[in-house]
Ligand binder design. Sequence first.
Ligand code: ADP
Length: 450
Amino acid sequence: MSEVTGNAWPSPANTTLTNAEGKEPQSIQPPVKAENSLWDNVTSNPYFSAGFGLIGVGAGLTVLRQGLNLGTSLLRRRLLVTLEIPSKDKSYLWFLQWMSQQSARRTQHLAVETSYKQHDNGSVSTTFGLVPGPGNHFFKWRGVWLQVQRQRDGKMMDLTTGSPWETITLTTLSRDRDVFTALLKEAQQMAIAKQEGKTVIYTSYGPEWRPFGMPRKRRMLDSVILDNGIKERIVDDVQAFIGSGKWYNDRGIPYRRGYLLYGPPGSGKSSFIQSLAGELEYNICILNLSERGLTDDRLNHLLSNVPERSIMLLEDIDAAFAKRNQSDHQGYQSMLTFSGLLNALDGVASAEERIVFMTTNHIEQLDPALVRPGRIDMKEFLGNATESQIRGMFLRFYENDQDLADQFVRSLKNKSVSTASLQGHFVYFKDKPQQALENASGSQLFSSIS
Ligand code: ADP
């Protein structure tokens, strides 16, 4: 037995072990080469070796994967070519429409695009268009395989329109890269053909112009009956303006012309502008100045970015500033100022052709600064139906009934009736000129005069 004195733990040097047979005790020596035996331990330990093996395999696989990725992207870069069309671009809608014709029947994942069309009589018809939905689509066009990837960004929004940001990526083989140009050209031609013989109505959508509904069938000039000479005066003036860009530019004058049509409601102001646009093969950009959230900056931006070949139409211009400092029932206050409107109209920097039409039912409420020459160059009064208009309208509905037309005019002598009410009357007595005449002094014809 060992004796323990003083120190509670015996030092290894003093420690003696006695074996069971009582043989000579052996003393324990400290290891001579600790690092060698550690290495031996590690290498000889099967768990450690397996770990190192696994790490090695993992690293090898990673390198291989990266190599493969690199190889694929190199190969893609060499063999494939992509084309990106962001939703902001004009060709985006053209392409979607084009693609709906190409592959809507074949593709599995479709999205619906609904468009409204408002007719002259106020009724609305709706059409549904099927376009390829978000995801991947493959199709063959002119013998070339194309991949179409429509991606919708879940986080990014187009702040101006509130719609999710989208991108279409077209991919094909490098050698077929010319297909993109051909395809975009065809999509554009298809979109243009759709608008041919039609008038596109644009409305403001944030700071940009967007087509409102489907393009409308062009309205013929002779479908609008104005008092003698008015139509010709305006049409001649606009046509002379359109051809004189150089004259304006040479003299450093902004190339713009403003027209004001004023008179009671239902006298054909809007219809005439529509038919004028049809005659000139122009489109119409309608802006409502009382629109919520319309600021000076936005108006300025809109007026300086009017789509080409468009008539700018500011309807009921008096309404925008009559309640200029009032807030609506939700406490909203218009941020458009009168001076902002004047500045935007003047468009100092504008060298582009700009035709602005304004309409009002109350010319007396307009600020003289707005109607001064340079802002409004031509004013025309469109009033209630004159004798010649009543006759003209009657004959448009009942051709060749000259006698009845004269009698109809006489029966309305000294009565005030709007051309819109006359139209309503003739539509009511469709194909019945005699009855239209007999009911000419009936209350129905006058009830709609406002
Ligand atoms: P306004 O803009 O003066 O209020 P609109 O152009 O909106 O009047 O006319 C309303 C309706 O009456 C339209 O359907 C239009 O076809 C018809 N109308 C009004 N005036 C005329 C006119 N002078 N000639 C032909 N149709 C007219």
